[in-house]
Design a protein around this ligand. Sequence first.
Ligand code: C2E
Ligand code: MG
Ligand code: MG
Length: 592
Amino acid sequence: MQAASTRRRKKPPLAAVVPKGASPASRRAPVLEEVIDNVRQDYLDALPIAAAVIAAPESQPAFVDAANAHFRRIGGSDKETCGTRIDRVPFLQAGPIGCALTNFLNGETAAHEFEGHDGQTIGGRHFTVRLARLGPRLGIAKRCLISMIDKTAQVETEKSLRAEMLRDTLTGLPNRLAFNERVEEILEHPNFHEGTHAVVVVDMTRFSRVNECMGALAGDELLITFARRLFSTLRAGDVLARTGGDEFGILMRLERGIDDALELAERIKSVLATPFRLSEMEIRVDCSVGCALLTQCVELSEEVLRNAQFALKRSKQTGRAQIYEPTQAQAARHRFSIETELRRAIEANQLTLAFQPLIDLPTGTVSGFEALARWDHEERGPISPVEFIPVAEESGLIVSLGRWALNAAAQTLADWDKEVGKKLPLYVAVNLSAIQIARDDMSAAVGNALKSSGLEGRRLTLELTESAIIQDPLRATKVLEALKAFDARVAMDDFGTGYTSLSYLQRLPIDVLKIDRSFVTGMLADRDSVAIIRAVLSLADALGMATTAEGIESEELAKALTELGCSHGQGFFFAKPLHAQAALAYWLARNA
Ligand code: C2E
Ligand code: MG
Ligand code: MG
């Protein structure tokens, strides 16, 4: 509609503009040009954006042949621009638009569109510029139409939005995104050399405690002061950013290699030595420090930060600043993929239990079986529990895995009873992780397993390690008492490797001490091991506990342990962990 009406609007009546008396041929040419100029001007003026026709006569400077008011105003004034050489129009002369225009006129392309600005550093304007080639006119072959859409408001909004996006509002420091961009700039620089820069990540210890105890406002204050102190340790040119809640990143230039980063870590530790004053209280804050070099191997800036975070994780364990080593990331990736697959395996019920006999040493009969989780991975083959149990613990999957193991073990023993047609004189021992004790409702878990299998509590033994008790003795005591209420038995697994205080042994309802394999294996050749075993046996005797020696691999060891007075034994000499059916067959053969 709009286009049609514009087209219809002005067709100048030729006869009206042709002066009288002129010969038709000579008179019409200039008059026609004038008419064409008028029409062209009309169209230019009708446009809502700045537009002009530029002409470049052979071996003469290009000039503005016609322009609308919007175009004339861009220069800052509405004065006549037509006829002016383009290198005298201020915004074409100073900025990149003029350059692009000259190149276009000298080239062949039909049209070219680009983003350009007027070259003013202060209050400059931004445009989307379009150049379109026009046909020759009045002997001038090189002509074009330049049209410019003012994008200044949009560009400014985007700029300030971006600045907001790159800044941490609390500390005013660059945020993670901005930090990664700075690292990216260095990685992509053509002169980038390995070992010239490092990323150091600093994580405040106990920050969440401060937040919990003193409130978010005090937490914010602490973060700001912490950031200030970090800032004071930087050298000129280093960049400090807030890369996470209580995590800060420093991008630093190295002059003497990684030692510079370690020195920075020292400086950071020393500025944290003075306590922080927070609402009338003095708080001492420490930090962990991880560091990673910018190398050619890393492709993404995010990867450098991640590497530094791996080192940081290790620093949290060791208490010292750590430098990233590539194998750490590989190990973490491996653990992560195991975690994903383990989750699937648990959901798809792909784990099984193996049963290893627990032998009554004086009689050689089987008193029970320890249930051990097995995972036969479709592609990787069997994966050892030594590998997947820690992953399950770290990811929390141990809660569902543990419940499954309890149910499956109790059910297997109940199934054996049914198969043989009587209540077998056997118990089943199930391993409990410290994480289950901390997170799961063990009383409910054991109650369910016993109820659904119909097993009596006394036929279930729960094996837990010393770490389960040490982590939270109060909770562990409650759990053990709840297990006792079911009449279940409790064994202390891998005894001797942890640091159980003897007072816990005395106070807690523990029925069996399982002597760790490390003391048993070398016992015959090592006097110290024998001494430890003797001590454990007399301790157990004094406390009225039974003992099981783990890892008996030879007849000799079995004999020696029996002679020392150990009540039970477990190990490859008797049997390896067996499939449920094979385990029942083993019992039948041995106890019949
Ligand atoms: P653990 O509870 O101390 O189990 C005994 C481990 O010693 C088993 O390893 C068993 O196969 C191994 N073993 C037994 N006799 C011998 C021997 O004569 N020589 C040698 N070299 N090894 C012997 P496994 O099955 O690889 O299990 C390792 C650990 O994984 C277990 O140690 C236990 O801590 C954990 N685990 C296994 N299944 C579960 C489970 O269902 N839940 C939890 N929380 N942990 C489990
Ligand atoms: Mg065990
Ligand atoms: Mg053990």
